[in-house]
Write a protein that binds this ligand. Structure first.
Ligand code: 39S
Ligand code: MET
Ligand code: ZN
Length: 774
């Protein structure tokens, strides 16, 4: 006693996506810098107030970011690579957004000149990759052996002061030095960023001193890397780092870990000279006993008891019961969400159209803070003072458990009847490829794209109008057909070999399917940041999953009717649908994934029956779903691969199954990728200059491979030469007969004016490579 409530971070995008609209307007030159900063300030003020109003005692600052908190940290410690520095002051928005997005010289007015023009003024963006096992992406810090650090920006101090002026004494959040270094990438082969720690620490010390001088007492230092498998160097880095930071007088550190168990790093974490330790007890409740056993009595424990990664209402009575002895046994305890609420939607109150039965089971960021407040009242004053809240909560939990909505007997029977042969194609890969070649008659190095074409303002407007009832179903359909037809005609014109319909009818590659599957709820406003100004509305899987009717067949059918070239059927795979949805927590993820796999299998089979000869099943999130600890990999990969195979194995040998993955470091899981047994896989490789292919070569990957030849995250137009060069590089690593030619990923975030010259160049590069190799 007593128990205090804390928030580790609140979503910064705004309940109505204010941050997206402000940053995009700024980039488009429609909002000036002062305007952008004012919007950002208003969002912070609103967030602090919201959290205070929810009854939270420890409110964070510096959880706000205009783009990404890892990028903020890089700029803060002065790690701005040389090639951005000419763009402006190191702490300017020009440099900041150039690191985030790259720059592009104005596109040449004459689109006829598609290749070869000087792109010397363009600066590439930093690499972007997944934040642990989430669908949030951070900008990878870049450092080298000559790296110098200096306090470049004072955002944590500025925001602390800003909050103070509004009456909030906040706890600033900073990304810890060891996690930051572990996430960093060296610009020089063989150099370990961790060795830069001694040079980095003075910057952190200065920052802490400035925070203290500004009036801060507690500082939250995020070190999620403490839940990973760590080598001896990293462990030693933790000891060195926190010994140094402990020397800053009057700064009390709350060391925050999340996304998993401390596991074998528990002793290390408890040895660090910090005043508080936050642990994730949602992902890893089992670590509590050991923690209580070993934690020094004066360590302030912050218990992450409310799920920061999912949307379900907490079982309040259960939590009170479980943590009562902890609270009684220690001098002081803090309760908090398991991690920053960045990964949850903001406010359930905005969902006016969700099934009220399902709404009763849910809790978004604002509601989660409310739950924390109620729990603290219960701990501090006894359950009687929260009797009403407990009663309502118990009813909701019980109704969810008993609901017929979550249960579909036919689905359960079907999953129960799955046999081993359901996840096996009729013949081996070599025979299948031979049969497919006979039918498809493709040239060597066939060219294709990953699926989506630009989601233009027009497409989104039409969909929004359709959603509001302002554009009738028939008109919306006609509009989408016209877009599709134009895309097909254009692909034929530029000479692509395998076409796509363009995905114009899809709002998102997961939400689109969620909306058509039963067992899924989808939201109106429940946006979550994926990267920068790009957000997603993950569907909510609350019940058994089934596919009442075909989801994509008519779009494929229409597109194929327009052309003699093969059009790929285009689906999102079961693991990716699972990974990018909010998943029910009342059964193992594996079980839910198998249900989705059967639904996708039905769609695959229907596409084949309609005549599709090539069907792509995207598994962009397969790698991201990998558990954070290596010991847990085999079990996950087993069921993830099985789910893909279940989806893909209902078709004849003649039907070619493609899969696509991006953001993937495949080296360690290449055997599992092989075990998926896809006929063709397209992967992201352009940014790593084909290095990724080494894994496929070493493993002697038997299927065809389409290594991405250009980075679709940047508006920069790749030249014929550079792509032909990449293909030559690919052919040094793998037999050319196995190679396809495609971009890194889908093109929906690009503009047609970027896509057109890029793909024209890509087709030309394939011709150059064919001439050289065949
Ligand atoms: N779920 C998911 N995760 C993923 C990816 C992905 O494609 N999907 N790709 C990788 C990268 N992540 C990405 C995440 C989001 C977006 C993206 O483009 N998001 C769009 C929203 C997509 C969407 O849901 N669009 C809807 C709603 C669009 C919208 O904002 N409509 C306006 C109205 C339209 C207008 O007047 O402009 C509104 O509702 O107010 C639609 O098209 O129907 C955005 O933030 O802008 C891209 C990549 C990894 N993770
Ligand atoms: C993030 S993977 C994207 C795959 C999808 N077919 C697309 O092209 O958009
Ligand atoms: Zn992709």
């Amino acid at each position: 006693m007593p128990v205090t409530t804390a928030s580790l971070g609140f979503p910064r995008i705004g309940a109505h996506r204010e941050l997206k609209f402000a940053t995009e307007a700024f980039w488009a030159g429609k909002l000036d810098e002062a305007g952008l900063l004012e919007k950002a300030r208003a969002l912070r003020a609103a967030n602090w107030k919201r959290q205070k109003d929810a009854g939270i005692e420890v409110i964070p600052s510096n959880d706000f970011s205009l783009y990404d908190q890892v990028l903020d940290t890089s700029v803060m410690v002065g790690a701005v690579p040389q090639h951005y520095r000419h763009l402006g002051a190191a702490d300017s928005l020009e440099v900041y957004f150039a690191m985030a997005r790259g720059t592009r010289s104005e596109p040449a007015a004459d689109h006829g000149c598609a290749h070869g023009h000087d792109s010397g003024a363009d600066v590439r963006a930093l690499e972007m990759t997944k934040w642990f096992d989430t669908n949030y992406h951070y900008m990878v810090p870049e450092v080298g052996p000559d790296q110098a650090f200096a306090l470049g920006t004072r955002k944590p101090v500025d925001h602390f002061v800003e909050a103070l002026a509004l009456g909030h004494h906040t706890r600033p959040v900073i990304l810890g030095p060891v996690t930051w270094l572990l996430l960093a990438k060296s610009t020089v082969d063989g150099f370990d960023p961790l060795t830069l720690l001694p040079r980095l620490l003075p910057v952190y010390i200065e920052l802490l001193q400035r925070l203290v001088a500004a009036g801060a007492d507690w500082v939250q230092v995020d070190e999620p890397a403490l839940v990973l498998d760590l080598g001896d160097e990293a462990r030693e880095a933790y000891r060195v780092a926190y010994r140094a930071l402990a020397g800053v007088a009057d700064a009390k550190l709350m060391l925050a870990t999340y996304f998993g168990a401390l596991g074998d790093n528990l002793g290390l974490a408890l040895d660090l000279p910090v005043a508080g330790l936050h642990v994730d007890l949602v992902r890893a409740p089992e670590q509590l006993a050991q923690l209580l056993d070993k934690a020094p009595a004066d360590l302030l424990l912050s218990l992450g008891v409310i799920d920061g990664r999912n949307v379900w209402k907490a079982d309040l009575a259960g939590l009170l019961g479980r943590y009562e002895p902890v609270v009684r046994g220690r001098a002081a305890v803090q309760i908090a969400p398991s991690c920053s609420l960045l990964h949850t939607p903001i406010d359930l109150a905005l969902e006016s159209e969700l099934d009220p039965q399902v709404v009763e089971w849910l809790s978004f960021a604002v509601q989660k803070l409310g739950e924390l407040h109620v729990l603290a009242l219960g701990f501090n004053h006894g359950p009687r003072v929260i009797a009403d809240e407990l009663a309502a909560n118990e009813i909701a939990i019980a109704r969810r458990r008993a609901s017929s909505l979550t249960n579909n007997a036919a689905v359960r029977a079907r999953v129960g009847a799955i046999t081993e042969k359901d996840s096996r194609r009729g013949e081996g890969l070599a025979q299948r490829i031979a049969r497919q070649e006979g039918i498809l008659n493709l040239p060597p190095l066939p060219t294709t794209t990953i699926g989506s074409f630009p989601q233009t303002g027009e497409v989104r407007k039409a969909r929004a109008a359709h959603g509001k009832g302002a554009l009738g179903g028939a008109d919306y359909d006609r509009f989408l057909r016209e877009e599709t037809e134009r895309a097909i005609r254009w692909q034929e014109e530029i000479g692509l070999d395998v076409l796509v319909h363009g995905e114009f009818e899809r709002n998102d590659m997961v939400q689109y399917f969620g909306e058509q599957l039963s067992g899924f709820a989808f939201t109106k406003a429940a946006w979550v940041q994926s990267y920068g100004s790009r957000y997603v509305r993950p569907p909510i899987i609350y019940g058994d999953v089934a596919r009442p009717a075909p989801m994509t067949v008519s779009w494929w059918d229409y597109a194929q009717s327009l052309t003699g070239k093969p059009v790929k059927g285009m689906l999102t795979g079961p693991v990716t649908i699972l990974q990018w949805s909010f998943v029910r927590d009342d059964q193992p993820r594996r079980d839910t994934c198998r249900q989705i796999a059967l639904a996708i299998r039905d769609e695959v089979n229907d596409l084949e029956a309609a005549g599709a000869r090539i069907i792509q099943i995207d598994e962009a999130a397969l790698r991201e779903g990998l558990p954070l600890r290596q010991a847990d990999w085999p079990a996950y990969l087993d069921w993830a691969v099985e789910a893909f195979r279940l989806a893909a194995s209902g078709v004849a040998s003649e039907t070619q199954i493609h899969t696509h993955m991006c953001y993937s470091e495949f080296n360690e899981i290449i055997a599992a990728i092989g075990a998926m047994d896809a006929d063709v896989i397209s992967i992201e490789t352009a940014r790593s200059r084909m290095e990724l292919l080494d894994a496929f070569a070493t493993y002697q990957y038997p299927g065809d491979i389409g290594p991405g030849v250009y980075d679709i995250h940047s508006p920069r137009i790749p030249t014929v030469d550079e792509m032909a060069g990449l293909l030559a590089g690919a052919s040094e690593r793998l037999p050319a007969a196995q190679l396809w030619v495609n971009p890194d990923c889908g093109l929906k975030t690009r503009k047609w004016e970027d896509v057109k010259p890029a793909l024209v160049n890509m087709v030309a590069a394939a011709k150059v490579a064919r001439a050289g190799l065949f």
